[in-house]
Design a binder for this molecule. Structure first.
Ligand code: AMP
Ligand code: GLY
Length: 416
């Protein structure tokens, strides 16, 4: 089976690495791909936004399955476009992608379908937002830009002044463009977090092993929020929490998707917080997590390709997942200045010849004369598997010690 993967980041590098191991795979293609992904897949000069170009490429290369990695093409309706032309796609419809593309849509979906989440109200305009903030007596309060903001549209406001500043930034200065035209105001909740992903074919779901992302830039969960600085998989949760996740999160999500005809064949990602009142959903994403995927793929014993293919044509029921039994730790190396203003163009040394069980998944690199240079905020993730988290951590950090570029920063406490 020929497969076309859409995307170019560390998540797609990890997906390509895993798909490449499938005995069912014919040729692997990736649009736009990256210098590192080009070692695993054909990366043609077609843009991710060029829906006609992607369709033409699928026909020319006899592609049997398209796997969409990032949220942007999902939110732009690439799935609807391709499935309308008879191409099989792993990835939700544009309406399904609203669960990530609009915080308001997601919160109202959770409310309608009784999925546990923090209390909220929707702020439709800046004057209305100021009125609501004046009435609010409880701090901290959380303000979220409604639309896609690359994980940066969330502010935990400690005071009325901070909340008003967020309203000004999101709704008036429009620092995230149209994504800030509406804002969701949310009750502040506390607890540990975890990422739960499930493969979904519209009718049934298959839980992937639970992982944990480390969102803050600095050790001890300090500093600004980032796209994610590292992840661990699997994470053991108490059985009573798992039961709530299965019945009140995933099952109610599936029921809601069916009732509301959201057309969801792909992966649902629930960002969860384990509060004293039980697990609550902080956010839905409609794609694999990044960097969680870099930690999940290496612990999957099962062939990923037939599972993704089964999601795309509604045959997931009865499928099971086998794990290797190992634990995986993935540590992100980021450029100096990340997340605000990352420096790029630095030469990276030591990328090759890793120990067994260690992978380097590239997120922001380019190749020049056979050498890799940094080209983004998150540059790569080192992923290592071991019999437990300590063993995996030891291997990941030993490998990282051998890779260098000027200004490289990474957290030393991933998995602690
Ligand atoms: P989100 O992108 O919605 O997952 O938010 C990013 C991060 O902000 C989460 O991982 C949490 O750490 C934090 N956060 C989001 N919503 C809340 C909330 N209602 N209460 C406390 N923290 C939150
Ligand atoms: N790691 C968080 C995300 O993928 O959104």
């Amino acid at each position: 089976m020929n497969v076309l993967l859409i995307g170019s980041g560390g998540r797609e590098h990890a997906l390509a690495w895993k798909l490449k191991q499938s005995p069912l795979l014919g040729r692997l293609h990736c649009i736009p791909g990256s210098a590192a992904i080009a070692g695993l897949a054909a990366c043609p000069p077609v843009r991710q936004e060029d829906h006609d170009g992607i369709y033409g490429y699928c026909l020319a290369e006899n592609v049997a399955l398209v796997v969409i990695g990032p949220e942007a093409p999902l939110a732009k309706g690439l799935t609807d476009f391709l499935t309308g032309k008879g191409i099989k796609v792993f990835g939700p419809s544009q309406r399904g992608a609203m669960l990530e593309a609009s915080k308001q849509f997601a919160k109202e979906f959770m409310e309608r379908n009784e999925i546990p989440t923090a209390g909220f109200s929707v702020l439709y305009s800046a004057p209305f937002a100021r009125e609501k903030i004046a009435e609010n007596k409880k701090y901290p309060v959380v303000l979220k830009a409604d639309g896609l903001a690359a994980g940066k549209g969330v502010r935990i406001c400690q005071s009325e002044a901070e909340a008003l500043a967020a309203v000004e930034d999101f709704m008036e200065r429009r620092i995230f463009g149209a994504a800030g035209s509406k804002v969701v105001m949310e009750e502040f909740i506390t607890g540990r977090e975890a990422s739960v992903m499930a493969l979904v074919d519209g009718e049934s779901a298959l839980l992937l092993p639970v992982s944990r992302d480390h969102k803050r830039l600095l050790e001890g969960d300090k500093g600004p929020n980032t796209g994610g600085m590292g992840a661990v998989c699997p994470v053991e949760l108490p059985e009573e929490d798992m039961e709530i996740i299965r019945t009140e999160v995933i099952q109610r999500f599936l029921d809601g998707v069916k009732k509301e005809r959201l057309g969801f064949r792909g992966v649902i990602y629930a960002g969860l917080m384990f509060t004293p009142e039980g697990p609550k959903v902080l956010e839905f994403n409609v794609r694999f997590g990044d960097p969680e995927t870099q930690a999940i793929m290496p612990v999957l014993q099962s062939d990923l390709l037939p599972l993704l293919s089964a999601c795309a044509d509604g045959r997931l029921a009865g499928k099971a997942l086998e794990l290797t039994g190992e634990t995986c730790v993935t540590v992100v190396a980021a450029s100096a200045g990340y997340p605000e203003a990352p420096e790029t163009g630095r030469a990276i040394t030591g990328l090759y010849d890793q120990a067994a069980g260690v992978q380097v998944f590239h997120a922001g690199t380019v190749k020049k004369d056979d050498a890799y240079l940094t080209a983004g905020g998150r540059v790569f993730a080192v992923t290592a598997c071991g019999e437990n988290v300590e063993a995996a951590r030891g291997k990941a950090y030993a490998a990282l010690a051998g890779i260098k570029f000027e200004g490289m920063q990474y957290r030393k406490d991933i998995g602690l």
